[in-house]
Design a protein around this ligand. Structure first.
Ligand code: GRF
Length: 192
């Protein structure tokens, strides 16, 4: 199974995937790791591990649909079976979604459909939920919507800050992501 991973940030989820592949615990071929901006630690981690990397810099494209098309073309050039959004913080348009329909997998640090969007941890904490968690799902054209593949619950503790809660969620998110990728590589993606 060939995957392209998209990142915007520190890439700790990506690192978990790289480590699992290196340890022989996950049988996937990482074709490339790409970002929407320069200087992400995620791309640095991938390059350090010897993987091909690319940047389709959002800021280089005054017209958003041009950026979308450039990203779609770049990702498609690797002919991936799965495109993994691993902390990729940019919303892609329908052209991208249609091109990789049913193959675009996203991780989100909340129990969807609760708390979608860029601040899933902060919003859950502000609402006062006692349990939150993480979700791995197939992304459709909405924001953090689409068929759910796996979820894990994380308890909110007294005194939690956004950072402390996110750290505990990420521990589960990494585990869930590896498990889900392993399942997909074995059984394939669910058919729509
Ligand atoms: C993850 O919790 C992801 O779900 C969220 O941002 C975090 C990314 O972390 N959207 P990293 O870049 O993998 O370290």
């Amino acid at each position: 199974m060939r995957i392209v991973v998209l990142v915007s940030g520190t890439g700790s989820n990506l690192q978990a995937v790289l480590d699992a592949v290196a340890a022989g615990e996950l049988d996937v071929e990482i074709s490339a790791v790409g970002a929407d901006r320069n200087g992400t630690y995620g791309v640095e981690r991938a390059a350090a591990a010897g993987y091909e990397t690319f940047v389709v810099n959002f800021k280089d494209y005054p017209v958003r649909s041009d950026w979308n098309r450039a990203l779609t073309d770049k990702v498609a050039s690797y002919q991936p079976d799965v495109v993994l959004s691993s902390g990729f913080m940019r919303i892609v348009d329908e052209h991208f979604i249609d091109t990789f329909e049913g193959r675009y997998v996203n991780t989100h640090p909340a129990l969807l459909p609760s708390f979608p969007g860029a601040h899933g941890v902060r919003d859950a904490l502000a609402y006062g939920v006692k349990v939150t968690g993480c979700t791995v799902h197939i992304a459709d054209a909405g924001v953090d919507t689409g068929p759910i593949l796996a979820q894990a619950a994380v308890e909110v503790l007294d005194g939690d800050t956004e950072e402390s809660l996110h750290e505990r969620i990420k521990v589960q998110e990494r585990r869930l992501l590896i498990e889900t990728l392993r399942k997909i590589s074995k059984d394939g993606l669910p058919q729509p």
